[in-house]
Design a protein around this ligand. Structure first.
Ligand code: ZN
Ligand code: ZN
Ligand code: ZN
Length: 369
C-alpha cells in the first residue's frame, strides 16, 4: 500500500511526463508541504525539493532546519547542507542541470534570488511556474484532504453560529475589536492560525475586503463578517452578514436576491459543470434582479492548504468540475458608500452532488447584541 504522499508524488510524476517537465523544484509555498508534510521557512537559506522526472526526490535543506523535517522514505531523501556549502550547486547537481534542453518547473513563490542563481547555472533551460504541474492536482482533494477541510469548516461554523446567536457582541464595539474576538474564537475552536477576520459594518459592508478599523458598530445596520483560519494545514473560509436591528425593505430585498444567488451557485456546482458556469449560475440571479453592476468580484476560489488556489470560480475558466474540487461560493452585492452583503460557504463537488461544508443558516438574521 502506498502512502497518501507517495500517491501524490506518483501523480506529479505522470503530470511531469504529460507536460514534458524534466525537473520540478519546490521551495516556498503550499506544494512542498502537500508533497512532504514540511513547510519551508521564508529564509535567506535555500530549502528545495528536487524532483527529477522519473527519478527519486531529494529535499535540500539547511542543516539547522533538518530536525524539523519528518522523514518519509517513500517520498523523498534528505540532503542537508551546512554553512559554507553552496545549496544552488547542490540543487543543480541533483537536478542534472547544465544540459541545453531542460524544462524546469519552479515553485511560484521561490525567492527571485535563488531562481536567478539557478538560471545562471543553466542558461538554455525553459522555466515555468510549478503551479502548471501541481495546480490542477492540488485542486482535486483526496480523502485525507476532504476530511481536513470538513474539520476546518466545522470549526469556522461554530464561530459563525456564535455570531448568528448574538454571542459575539457587535453594537458599541469597534470593528477591529470584533475582528480580534472572532480570531480568538477561531483559535478556541481548533484552528492553529487566524488567516483573516473581515468585519465591515454599515457603509463599510459595501467594501468586500474591508480592513476592520476604528468604526463603532451602530444599531440597525448590516455587518459583513468574513473569516477563516488554518487547521492541520487546511483552510476554512466563511462569510455571514448579520443585522444589528431591523433591516430596511431595500436591504431585505437585496439580501433575498443574494441568498438565492448563493443557493443557485451551490446547486450549479455539479461534476461536469465548468467553473464559469458556476459563476454564471450565481451571477444570473443578481443580474436579473438589477444588481449585476454591484457584484464586483468572482463567485469563488479554490481552497486547501492555501486560502486561495485553483480552481477559480470565474468567468472564462472552462475547467470542468470533478469530484474532489473544493472551492468557495461567495456572491456579494455592494452598493458603494451605502451597504452591502455577502454569503460564503465552502463547497466540494462530489459524485452525489454539491456538498456544502458549512451548515450555518443563511436566513436574514437580526442579532440582539
Ligand atoms: Zn475575498
Ligand atoms: Zn471569505
Ligand atoms: Zn473566500
Amino acid at each position: 500500500m502506498t502512502s497518501v504522499r507517495a500517491d501524490r508524488l506518483a501523480r506529479v510524476q505522470s503530470r511531469m511526463d504529460e507536460l514534458g517537465v524534466d525537473v520540478l523544484l519546490l521551495s516556498l509555498g503550499a506544494d512542498l508541504p502537500w508533497l512532504t508534510g514540511y513547510e519551508a521557512m521564508p529564509l535567506e537559506r535555500l530549502t528545495m525539493l528536487v524532483v527529477p522526472r522519473g527519478g527519486s526526490a531529494t529535499l535540500v535543506v539547511p542543516r539547522l532546519e533538518a530536525p524539523r523535517v519528518e522523514e518519509d522514505d517513500d517520498v523523498f531523501g534528505m540532503r542537508p547542507w551546512s554553512e559554507g556549502d553552496d545549496p544552488v550547486q547542490i540543487v543543480a547537481a541533483l537536478a542534472g542541470l547544465g544540459g541545453a534542453t531542460e524544462e524546469v518547473a519552479v515553485s511560484d513563490r521561490t525567492w527571485a534570488t535563488f531562481v536567478l542563481q539557478l538560471q545562471s547555472t543553466m542558461p538554455a533551460a525553459y522555466w515555468r511556474p510549478a503551479s502548471q504541474v501541481t495546480g490542477p492536482l492540488r485542486a482535486v482533494k483526496d480523502a485525507d484532504e476532504i476530511e481536513a477541510l470538513v474539520a476546518a469548516s466545522a470549526a469556522a461554523d461554530r464561530v459563525a453560529a456564535q455570531l448568528l446567536a448574538g454571542d459575539i457582541p457587535l453594537v458599541g464595539r469597534r470593528e477591529r475589536d470584533v475582528s480580534l474576538d472572532i480570531g480568538r474564537r477561531l483559535l478556541a475552536e481548533g484552528h492553529q492560525k487566524v488567516n483573516f477576520a473581515i468585519v465591515g459594518s454599515g457603509p463599510n459592508s459595501a467594501s468586500p475586503h474591508h480592513e476592520p478599523g476604528s468604526r463603532t458598530i451602530q444599531p440597525g445596520e448590516p455587518v459583513v463578517c468574513d473569516f477563516g483560519g488554518t487547521m492541520d494545514h487546511y483552510c476554512s473560509d466563511i462569510t455571514r452578514t448579520v443585522w444589528t436591528g431591523e433591516p430596511s425593505v431595500e436591504q431585505r430585498n437585496l439580501y433575498l436576491v443574494l441568498q438565492e444567488a448563493q443557493a443557485e451557485g451551490v446547486a450549479g456546482a455539479v461534476v461536469g459543470a465548468t467553473c464559469e458556469q458556476v459563476d454564471e449560475a450565481a451571477r444570473r440571479v443578481i443580474t436579473d434582479a438589477g444588481f449585476g453592476e454591484s457584484f464586483i468580484h468572482r463567485t469563488g476560489h479554490g481552497i486547501g492548504i492555501e486560502e486561495h488556489e485553483d480552481p477559480y470560480i470565474v468567468d472564462g475558466n472552462q475547467v470542468q468540475l470533478v469530484a474532489g474540487h473544493a472551492f468557495s461560493v461567495e456572491p456579494g452585492i455592494y452598493l458603494s458608500g451605502r451597504f452591502g452583503a455577502r454569503i460564503e460557504d465552502i463547497v466540494i463537488a462530489a459524485a452525489e452532488g454539491p456538498m456544502s461544508l458549512n451548515h450555518v443558516s443563511h436566513e436574514l438574521t437580526v442579532v440582539e447584541a
